[in-house]
Design a protein around this ligand. Structure first.
Ligand SMILES: C[S@@+](CC[C@H](N)C(=O)[O-])C[C@H]1O[C@@H](n2cnc3c(N)ncnc32)[C@H](O)[C@@H]1O
Ligand SMILES: O=C(O)C(=O)C[C@]1(C(=O)O)C=C[C@@H](O)C=C1
Length: 247
């Protein structure tokens, strides 16, 4: 994995462009996401642990919005169920290229890893195969809000009995005081991880048009409307959370 530090927003930009998962972001992504998302390493590792409980023999495990394949690698570390394979999907060419390099490197060093297929494509256009685990790790927030219910409905239809969707997202809060407090604490987290006020402000304006977080209540209601029977939050650190949704 690239160890390059994220300095993308360190210099004043005349105009901050909308955030995109391009080559510049890909180069610094492991550092960026770890220093920006409280609890990210814990979520990723335990996503593998949870997935191992839901994986069904001879089924597909989806990593949707796979970026550099951190979730896929956690699935490889933890899932031991017979006959499973991972399908990782991302629509950023730069992410997919780098992800394939990492995973090919692993394949050449270790035997008996779960087979992985990395697809460059839009998850909104994906024909889902029957799946026991679907991971959406900080991806749904980048999908247009009016497309989210239909996507979750198609995931629900693809899920096998005993399987699960694991959904991690940045949250917003309907209670304004709660929202302000957790936003301030998230900024403190970024500061503690070495980001300057300028970096924090420019990143915020880069993502505000492209990343639209929902509240926990909106997630729960939409997942139920999509046909899931049960929604169980299993992790929250500040304004970032992860949920298990059962078919
Ligand atoms: C925050 S990153 C996900 C991080 C990753 N899951 C992890 O745990 O390291 C969001 C990813 O979703 C991808 N993405 C956004 N919209 C997408 C879409 N419609 N289809 C496929 N991938 C998408 C982006 O290219 C980006 O790589
Ligand atoms: O909320 C922020 O400031 C973030 O940086 C969050 C977030 C995310 O949740 O995916 C946004 C974009 C990058 O992919 C890394 C982190």
């Amino acid at each position: 994995m690239s160890k390059e530090p994220d300095r993308l927003f360190a210099q004043p930009l005349p105009q901050v462009p909308d955030f995109a998962f391009n080559e510049d972001v890909v180069r610094v992504f492991p550092d960026m996401i770890k220093r920006s998302v409280p609890g990210y390493p814990t979520i990723v590792e335990n996503l593998g642990v949870l997935a191992a409980q839901f994986a069904q023999p001879n089924s597909v495990l989806y990593d949707l919005g796979s970026s550099l394949g951190a979730v896929t690698q956690a699935l490889r570390r933890h899932v031991r169920t017979d006959g499973c394979h991972v399908i990782a999907v991302d629509n950023s060419t730069a992410m997919v290229e780098r992800c394939r390099e990492y995973l090919n490197g692993q394949d050449s060093m270790f035997q008996e890893l779960l087979p992985v297929q990395v697809i460059e494509g839009d998850i909104l256009a994906l024909q889902f195969q029957p799946a026991s685990v679907v991971a959406l790790n900080f991806t749904l927030q980048f999908i247009a809000p009016d497309q989210r219910l239909a996507l979750l409905g198609r995931i629900r239809q693809a899920l096998l009995p005993g399987g699960a969707l694991i959904l991690s997202e940045k949250l917003r809060f309907n209670d304004l005081e709660e929202h302000a407090l957790l936003t301030d604490l998230h900024i403190a987290f970024k500061r503690a991880n070495g980001y300057s006020e300028l970096e924090i402000a420019q990143k915020r304006s880069a993502i505000e048009n492209v990343m639209k977080p929902d509240s926990l209540e909106e997630h729960r209601e939409r997942l139920l409307a999509a046909g899931f029977s049960k929604v169980v939050p299993w992790f929250q650190c500040l304004n970032f959370a992860s949920l298990i949704a059962l078919p």
